[in-house]
Design a protein around this ligand. Sequence first.
Ligand SMILES: *Cc1c(COP(=O)(O)O)cnc(C)c1O
Length: 218
Amino acid sequence: MKIAAQLQSLKEELPAHVTLVAVSKTKPLEDLEAAYAAGQRVFGENKVQELVGKWEALPKDIAWHMIGHLQRNKVKYIAPFVALIHGVDSLRLLQEINKQGEKNQRQIPCLLQMHIAEESSKFGLSTEELEDIIALQQTAPLPFVDIKGLMGMATFTQDQSQIQREFRQLKAAFDHTQKQLPEMTVLSMGMSGDYPLAIEEGSTMIRVGSKIFGERNR
Ligand SMILES: *Cc1c(COP(=O)(O)O)cnc(C)c1O
């Protein structure tokens, strides 16, 4: 199916409170332009260089989300324009984002990434690390970051009950931290393979790539 048609049918499925991030990593500019022409304005990329190149090439009313693992030495390249950084998985990274926010005189919106998957390969904070960051934000908040919520990735498995368990764990962490930081409103969970379940379990933002743009080659 064509990109515009895929987007259309996906949007018809989504409840109004769920934001769709179109994950365009590895895809050529013309695919993003097709999605843009169909009205999509929120795109997600997972590599800094690719994100910067696409931001330069495409219309400036696009909200660019950095969804991948972010190295501290690369924050400076995206700090001037990034609309949301999903994968904040350490205090040191958050501090670097704060520093670059100050340089650019803007508050950079961030999500704290929690480790919920069984695989050790997936990045993310433990519950204790999350608690520490929240405690810090309550006592001595970093002025140039805006913590909007949490993000997580479930284990890559066919086992729906396991994915559900992991999503519930993330939702519980979200509800808990929201009591401490009520301005947190975003729960980023769900991808092409598991977004219906993620929405049932309380997601407010889904990151969907292959279902819109087709399979990736790399
Ligand atoms: C690639 C990617 C997605 C989208 O994956 P699809 O299965 O193609 O929908 C979502 N989130 C993150 C963090 C990704 O890296």
